[in-house]
Design a protein around this ligand. Structure first.
Ligand code: KG4
Ligand code: ZN
Length: 337
């Protein structure tokens, strides 16, 4: 019999609801919260309020778009963490209410695990190429930068982590210094395509093993701009594209250097990227180049499954459903998972 999952994602500033049937996406809707743009970052209090306003209509639309009735849902999967506690509380409470009303199981999902499992989302009428195991995945988002080995859909091992900022934070914080609104990653990506990657050099960290560090880059970028602005107050405006291209190139080469080492150390050549920063075209292109050179079997998710979305929560929920991994109604969200 078909298994239909209702999935809720509310860990940060996007309210997303998806319907997944036997691993296939029937609908995946996202309500973005533009309200945070003018604040230079997500305001937790405003995010929770917006989730509260959005969650019922978005769920309704997701069901309508999927052509599924509430009675046909077999389980509710929701993001338990990590994320903003107030935002997670809204999704968790709504998931509990829905599960109780329909008398169906509740499935908690780790948001980071879900980003990696986005590679297993199936779409109708697509060729749906799936990674085999062991699978090595670079997870790069606004809050996390990790190298993960996946032994099966539900067995993940972290072999590299950031010791300070995440790659997405490096994009966002450097973007803020240039006067860009939050999140700056997509704009830096766009401007970088018109700039010269070798125009400026920024220091790369020396962190041992497979760990990352991005706080030094942020500081060196800030000091570099401070010095140049003394000579030319319009330095940023005059060099926007080159600044973005050079910065993006530095971040991408830090990331790729570690993935190459991880692949050489583990012997794994089944490789993927996931998380919001995996939407970055510089990272995608460099990964493709490296894959060709090193004979990797490369997996890059569709754009809509890179940034936060409920389809990835749903696919994780589906595999947990098959294993009977359900949560009690006393489950509480975890800001750190
Ligand atoms: O995974 P995600 O949607 O949310 C978290 O779980 O953090 O990632 C958001 C991050 C932000 O830092 C944003 O600037 C970055 O992903 N991002 C990008 C691009 N699109 C989103 N960074 C660089 N280039 C992009 N095209
Ligand atoms: Zn995320």
């Amino acid at each position: 019999m078909a298994v239909t999952i209702l999935a809720i994602e509310s860990s940060c500033d996007d309210t997303s609801v998806a319907i997944i049937r036997d691993g296939y996406v029937l609908s995946n809707l996202i309500a973005n919260q533009d309200i945070h743009m003018s604040y230079g970052g997500v305001v937790p209090e405003l995010a929770s309020r917006a989730h509260q306003a959005n969650i019922v209509p978005v769920t309704h639309q997701a069901l309508v778009k999927a052509g599924v009735n509430a009675e046909e849902i077999d389980a509710v999967a929701f993001t338990r963490g990590p994320g903003l506690l107030g935002s997670l509380l809204v999704g968790t409470s709504f998931a509990k209410g829905f599960a109780l009303a329909q008398n169906i199981p509740l499935i908690e999902v780790n948001h980071l695990q879900a980003h990696v499992l986005a590679h297993f989302i199936l779409e109708k009428d697509k060729n749906n190429r799936l990674p085999s195991f062991p699978f090595l995945c670079l997870l790069v988002s606004g809050g996390h930068t990790r190298i993960i080995i996946m032994k099966s859909q539900l067995e993940l091992k972290v072999i590299g982590n950031t010791i300070d900022d995440a790659a997405g934070e490096a994009f966002d914080k450097c973007g803020k210094v240039m006067g860009f609104t939050y999140p700056a990653g997509p704009l830096i990506d766009k401007l970088a395509s018109e700039g010269n990657i070798n125009a400026f050099r920024f220091s790369k960290p020396h962190v041992k093993g497979l760990d990352f560090s991005f706080s030094g880059l942020k500081t060196s970028f800030l000091y570099f701009l401070r010095d140049r602005l003394k000579e030319d107050p319009d330095f940023i405006e005059h060099n926007k594209a080159d600044l973005c291209a050079s910065l993006q190139h530095t971040i991408v080469s830090i990331l790729i250097g570690k993935v190459v080492n991880a692949s050489l150390q583990t012997g794994i050549r089944e490789i993927g990227i996931a998380g919001g920063v995996s939407a970055n075209s510089g990272l995608r292109n460099e990964m493709k180049r490296e894959a060709e050179k090193r004979n990797w079997n490369l997996f890059i998710p569709e754009f809509r499954y890179t940034t936060d979305n409920a389809a990835m929560i749903g696919i994780t929920g589906y595999y947990k459903y098959l294993r009977g991994e359900f949560s009690g109604h006393d489950v509480t969200p975890l800001a750190r998972y």
